[in-house]
Design a protein. Structure first.
Length: 405
């Protein structure tokens, strides 16, 4: 990564600005949070776009998907599975490339726009007395800046639609909540773990059914859109489906698998299979233990638990819980976010200064340093206190008979 020192100063300055505002008890208006957030993301985009170093998946996966759409090809098949999601985001990539934007900008534009939208949405998710601080806190988040701008990763897109789904569900709009959740699923497969949480926020089983149908319809429409919009056949959908949601069993970069592999990333299907079982079991336990909590706290607990036990890890995964933790901070939220930011920055800014041999040697201690970060994530879990479910759900007006005298 070029300009590493300048980028590090920018990230430290962003974190310091958020800490200063919190220390002074300031409540910056939304326009100030947006102005700061856009300025930070614009400055970082200029640095990232002029760097000779670009993330491998950004070039080998995302760019191929965008170029495939631009050429009228299926992004999954054309990239040989390097892009293994639905074509929603590659449609944006292809449009940006067709508009003449260079890839280093076109590939990041979608995630930056989503990340700016998240500044507003995080404030909306927060309690009324914390909304201004929550929006400003996310606007200055080093994690959001690194993942969405430096890396150009797509998590912000899924998170923006996911936040919208929570807000729609809180307002009782079942179809809107389901459709927004479907758009989140069309951006990545991981939001599916929160579908029961969103549906539980709807007031009746009928509305939950409407939300479920809408959530499934949107990804299906994107799946069948490729034969209609691109030069590919309906028969190819079978091959595309075999890639969707698939992940390579790479372990050793985080947590317990880093201990078992000595900090060396490797393909190990046994560890991956065991890790998946542990992950699903942990999510089920957390869902049960936090079943009476506020839905946003339940979502936060599940996402933190995901990071604690996941066998497979990329720095971008740390963004999963960040909007929720900014919106509903716990006692250990600030240390946890700071530790995650430092850990990710070491990967993005320090390890990328070395050649392959140097990167592999330093990856050992970097991956094993994830253990204290995980300990802070455990401490940052929200309370399991009983939520006021009546206030969390919209009230449905009940028609009462009119008395006549």
């Amino acid at each position: 990564m070029d300009h590493a020192f300048v980028i590090a100063l920018l990230l430290v300055g962003a974190a310091g600005l958020a800490a200063w505002a919190q220390w002074r008890g300031l409540r910056p208006p939304l326009w100030a949070a947006l102005a700061v957030g856009i300025a930070l993301r614009g400055a970082l985009l200029a640095l990232a776009a002029t760097s000779d170093w670009q993330p491998a998946d950004f070039i080998l996966g995302f760019q191929k998907a965008g170029q495939a759409v631009q050429a009228g090809q299926d992004p999954v098949l054309a990239s040989e599975g390097s892009w293994h999601f639905l074509p929603m985001i590659p449609y944006f990539y292809g449009a940006a490339l067709s508009a003449g934007l260079p890839w280093v900008v076109a590939g990041r534009l979608c995630t930056i726009l989503a990340d700016v939208a998240l500044i507003v949405l995080v404030g909306r998710l927060a309690r009324p007395e914390w909304r201004a601080q929550a929006a400003f806190w996310y606007a200055c988040s080093p994690l959001a800046l690194m993942v969405s701008v430096l890396h150009g990763q797509i998590q912000a897109v899924a998170l923006a639609f996911l936040a919208g789904a929570f807000l729609a569900a809180r307002a009782g709009r079942s179809v809107s909540a389901g459709a927004l959740f479907g758009l989140a699923l069309s951006s990545g497969s991981w939001p599916v773990i929160l579908l029961p949480v969103v549906l539980s926020m709807l007031p009746t089983w009928r509305r939950r059914l409407y939300g479920l149908v809408a959530a499934g319809a949107v990804p299906l429409l994107f799946l069948i859109s490729t034969p209609l919009l691109l030069h590919t056949s309906w028969r190819n959908l079978v091959h595309v489906s075999s890639y969707l949601g698939g992940v390579r069993p790479i372990v050793g970069g985080w947590g317990w698998t880093a201990v078992l592999t000595g900090g060396q990333p490797m393909l190990n299907s046994d560890y991956a299979r065991i890790g998946q079982l542990v992950l699903y079991a942990t999510l089920a336990v957390v869902a049960y233990l936090w079943r009476r909590a506020d839905p946003l706290d339940l979502a936060l607990a599940m996402l933190l638990a995901f990071l604690v036990v996941t066998p497979r890890m990329g720095s971008q995964y740390l963004l999963f819980f960040t909007p929720f933790l900014c919106a509903r901070p716990t006692r250990w939220a600030r240390p946890a976010l700071a530790a995650c930011g430092v850990w990710a920055a070491v990967g993005y800014l320090y390890l990328t200064q070395y050649d392959d041999a140097g990167w592999w040697a330093r990856h050992i201690w970097w991956s094993q340093l994830s253990l204290p970060v995980i300990a802070l994530l455990v401490l940052a879990m929200p309370d399991r206190g009983v939520a006021d479910r009546e206030s969390a759900r919209p009230r449905i007006p009940v028609k009462r008979p009119v008395r006549t005298s």
